[in-house]
Design a binder for this molecule. Structure first.
Ligand code: SF4
Ligand SMILES: [Zn+2]
Length: 186
């Protein structure tokens, strides 16, 4: 504690005592005080001195301790070896080499596929991809955009349903290019 009664916010990460911190789970960023004992966080409580949240928070904030110390938490690289749920532990070097190899293969495949797409469409795809931070297109499956999981209905659904098969249609919610297939539910 400082002489003003406030807990020091200069505590070294992991050191014993109380640390001023905040919850990263959602955009509200509630303030918390975390207590560390023997290298383990033993308590998380709302920081009443935080000028923004003033000690208020939801149940998820303190529950992060259950996530942090859950016995099923993945703490090292795992490689899938068979059916879903079947994994074996691999070294970081092997995991990184595997990722580099697969990135190289995907980059080559993408270049091949992109070469067959018109420049304006590819440019649109890349722009949306940058905006979404993931993909620029998504499958429309059973009337649901698989990018944002929003179901299309009303005018939006009618517009997509009536669009020419070669027309580029986009999800009104996430902006992704919608890929129509026989499973689109149109
Ligand atoms: S405590 Fe709840 S409301 Fe506050 S940042 Fe965390 S998840 Fe969001
Ligand atoms: Zn969408």
């Amino acid at each position: 504690m400082s002489d003003t009664g406030r807990i020091s916010n200069e505590a070294v990460p992991g050191s014993e005592g109380d640390h001023i911190t905040f919850c990263r789970i959602c955009s509200v960023l509630c303030g918390f005080v975390a207590t560390v004992r023997d290298g383990v966080v033993t308590d998380m409580r709302g920081d009443v001195a935080n000028p923004y949240s003033r000690g208020h928070h939801c149940v998820k904030g303190p529950a992060i301790l259950d996530v942090t110390y859950d016995s099923d938490r993945v703490l090292y690289p795992l490689k899938r070896t068979g059916a879903p749920g079947e994994f074996s532990r691999v070294s970081w070097d092997d995991a990184l080499a595997d990722i580099a190899d697969s990135t190289k293969r995907h980059t080559a495949t993408r270049a091949e596929v992109a070469g067959a797409i018109s420049a304006p469409l590819l440019s649109l795809y890349d722009r949306i991809r940058t905006q979404t931070g993931s993909t620029g297109a998504a499958m429309l499956k059973a009337r649901q955009c698989q990018g944002c999981r929003i179901e299309l209905y009303g005018n939006e659904l009618s517009a997509v349903r009536n669009a020419d098969p070669h027309e580029v249609v986009r999800c009104e919610n996430c902006g992704r290019i919608l890929v129509r297939t026989a499973e689109s539910g149109l």
